[in-house]
Ligand binder design. Structure first.
Ligand code: AMP
Ligand code: MG
Length: 413
């Protein structure tokens, strides 16, 4: 039987990404506490059942007055009392009167404006001199001018920010129907990989992908279970994968998806999951595997990333992250944004029929445009230059670009 990868044609990135996106579906929405909702996508319209603010109140520390009384300021008003925020005492301010009032306190009946304390001079006699007039409504926050009961505050599909979680609190929506974080199991294969800090024997290298991918997956908004390095042993790997599928919404593997003789990931996944072994016309990150592992009536997506650290990172960004976002209910910005940038120095590559994703550092120039420069050696094993990058310059087939040329750049975190 031919090796699965040998029978597959090389496809463009967009084609591979579409296959992956088509293969995943959003997770079932569930109720989430508002404190845990930031970053999540709302699954059902959230309708406010309360007004915010619940009553008209003062925006400043000062004196509640009749605007008409202070129209001819300076003038002196009789102070009838003091009202703090949270104090529910009913007051009525009559003609010629003022109520000392603190930010957030209820607007008393009668008053229609607030004079800032900075524009007043209190007298011992229990009166206050108002030095500056204010129009009606000045420094008054009307009831419901933030949120009105009955308003849809978040429609389905909205991504909640920290402020969004705060809004939920403000309307007493303690729980919200949202798409949950995907639970993602992460594992690496490779008998050469050392994770425990022990001295390297000949042929061994330090493991780096798990550390990096755990962070990337969690920054994508998922909950990660890092299962560590699994030995290149088919029985062991099969057991770990099936267990991971049972307990997670998705699996990310690193290594063993290209053409090597000991690519046990390929051997095992080919047997237990419905896999697509892809080769893309990009560099780095040519091989990528995607499939579904059926377990307990669920189809668990498996993302097989290549082992070379830079390839691993880039294929996570280009294919796995968009799919994980789709699973978490996102419909916008599945793929990171791209901008047109100026190359400050030549970005060189060789023609090979592929799109190259060159690691670059992007920053705004004084001209208000984004400028990029490459961050060093671009081999797929050379993670150090990737560490210095915050963007990927997308260089179409050819020999690259010259200083001053415009280049499309994908912005990373
Ligand atoms: P593979 O995809 O398994 O053929 O691995 C390709 C290259 O990436 C090899 O040089 C591996 O040693 C290296 N590699 C694989 N997995 C890791 C990892 N988790 N950390 C660092 N390097 C890795
Ligand atoms: Mg390997």
């Amino acid at each position: 039987m031919p090796h699965p990868a040998t029978v597959l044609v090389v496809i463009p990135l967009e084609n591979a990404r579409q296959r992956v996106l088509d293969g995943v579906t959003p997770l079932a929405p569930r109720e989430v506490a508002c404190q845990e909702s930031a970053g999540l996508v709302v699954a059902r319209d959230v309708v406010a059942t309360e007004n915010v603010p619940p009553f008209a109140n003062t925006a400043v520390d000062g004196y509640a007055v009749h605007a008409a009384d202070v129209a001819a300021a300076p003038c002196t008003l009789r102070v009838i009392g003091t009202l703090a925020a949270g104090d529910g005492t009913e007051w009525t301010v009559g003609k010629g009167e003022a109520l000392r009032i603190m930010t957030g306190a209820v607007m008393p009946a009668g008053a229609d404006a607030v004079v800032m304390v900075e524009d007043t001079e209190p007298h011992d006699s229990g009166s206050v001199q108002v030095k500056k007039g204010v129009p009606a409504g000045f420094a008054v926050r009307p009831v419901a001018d933030d949120v009105r009961a009955g308003d849809v505050v978040f429609s389905a599909g909205t991504v909640l920010s920290a402020a969004g979680a705060g809004v939920l609190s403000s309307i007493n929506a303690r729980r919200v129907m949202a798409y949950p974080r995907a639970r993602v199991a992460l594992l690496s294969t490779g008998d050469e990989l050392v994770t425990d800090g022990s001295p390297l024997r000949k042929g061994q290298i330090r493991e780096s992908n798990l550390t990096m991918l755990e962070i990337l997956i969690s920054r994508a908004g998922c909950d990660v279970s890092n299962l560590g390095v699994v030995a290149d042993d088919e029985a062991r790997l099969e057991h770990v994968l099936i267990d991971a599928a049972r307990n997670n919404d998705a699996i990310v593997t690193s290594g063993g998806v290209s053409m090597g003789d000991f690519d046990v990931v390929k051997a095992v996944l080919s047997r237990i999951a419905d896999m697509q072994w892809m080769q893309m016309s990009i560099k780095p990150a040519k091989p990528f595997a995607f499939g579904l592992l059926k377990i307990d009536e669920r189809q668990v997506p498996v993302f097989g990333l290549p082992g070379n650290p830079v390839s691993s990172m880039i294929s996570f960004e280009l294919l796995a992250r968009p799919a994980l976002r789709k699973m978490m209910g996102h419909t916008q910005h599945l793929v990171r944004p791209t901008v047109r940038a100026i190359a400050d120095a030549p970005l060189r590559r060789k023609p090979d029929g592929k799109v190259h994703f060159m690691r670059v550092f992007a920053q705004f120039g004084t001209d208000g445009r984004v400028h990029v420069r490459d961050t060093g050696p671009q081999g797929s094993h050379q993670l150090a230059a990737t560490a210095a990058a915050n963007a990927l310059a997308m260089l179409p087939d050819g020999s690259g670009c010259d200083a001053g040329d415009t280049v499309e750049v994908m912005l990373l975190d």
